[in-house]
Write a protein that binds this ligand. Structure first.
Ligand SMILES: O=C[C@H](O)COP(=O)(O)O
Length: 257
């Protein structure tokens, strides 16, 4: 089954709303120069919350073939949760994807699979797609337990979701040791875990759901290494950090084919 590739740029805590305008405009112009129209690959930018309204206005106003994502969401609908942002608020801003369970949130904000699962359910209920992140640290990789560790995360994060919901979401496999380090996993490493995740989705749900769910690789993806990662049968895209902050570099990743 042909899955549409999805290239998502997670800006993390970088760029204010003025800088965001510059980057998105430059990205759109670079993509337009190469006749990108969004039909064969999804291009998603994931700025900080404070940039979302500005980027939404720009994308919608100029009809750029770029989609909007957010980096986090509350597990609650509304109420006395100071500092939180709800799924409903994000959906209203035209956000299509929300990253959950990124290793930086697991590490610095104690996010667990149970919390990721609750957030994913809220994102889906609001009509958006979660990008559910998973992946092992260096120690687990060295012990050779990376597949079982990652599948355990996946089982926890998908708990209670129905096949239709799982088919519509995105899973991002990001080995923590490859994030921001320049230490990219080999294409074989990426395929091993992405393939195992797809098999696990087939086991938990059915083959049609496994064939539909999109699985990204993330961790030091750049323009020069994206093609060989994308050549792997179970890799459907990339979650890109550092390289998504440079318009030409990220455009080249989107245009990998
Ligand atoms: O969300 C993106 C990942 O953490 C990868 O970041 P990176 O491309 O800077 O290694």
């Amino acid at each position: 089954m042909a899955r549409k590739p999805i290239m998502a740029g997670n800006w993390k805590m970088n760029l204010n709303h003025v800088e965001a305008t510059g980057l998105v405009q430059k990205l759109a112009w670079t993509l337009a120069d190469k006749e990108y129209d969004g039909s064969s690959v999804d291009c998603v930018v994931i700025p900080p919350f404070t940039d979302l309204r500005t980027v939404q206005t720009l994308i919608e106003g100029d009809r750029f073939p770029i989609q909007l994502g957010a980096q986090n969401v509350s597990e609650h609908d509304s109420g006395a949760y100071t500092g939180e942002v709800s799924a409903g608020m994000l959906a209203k801003l035209g956000v299509r994807y929300v990253v959950v369970g990124h290793s930086e949130r697991r590490q610095y904000h104690n996010e667990t699979d149970v919390l990721v699962n609750a957030k994913a359910a809220k994102i889906l209920a609001a009509g958006m797609a979660p990008i559910i992140c998973c992946g092992e640290g260096l120690e687990i990789r060295q012990e050779g337990r990376h597949v079982e560790y990652t599948l355990e995360q996946i089982r926890g994060c998908l708990k209670g979701l129905d096949p239709e919901q799982v088919a519509s979401l995105v899973i991002a496999y990001e080995p923590v040791w490859a994030i921001g380090t320049g230490e990219v996993a080999t294409p074989g490493d990426a395929q091993e875990v992405c393939g195992a995740i797809r098999q696990e989705v087939a086991r938990l749900y059915d083959q049609a759901t496994a064939d539909a769910v999109r699985i990204q690789y993330g961790g030091s993806v750049k323009a020069f290494n994206v093609a060989e990662i994308m050549a792997q049968p179970d890799v459907d895209g990339a979650l890109v950090g550092g390289a998504s902050l440079k318009a030409e570099e990220f455009a080249a990743i989107v245009l990998f084919a």
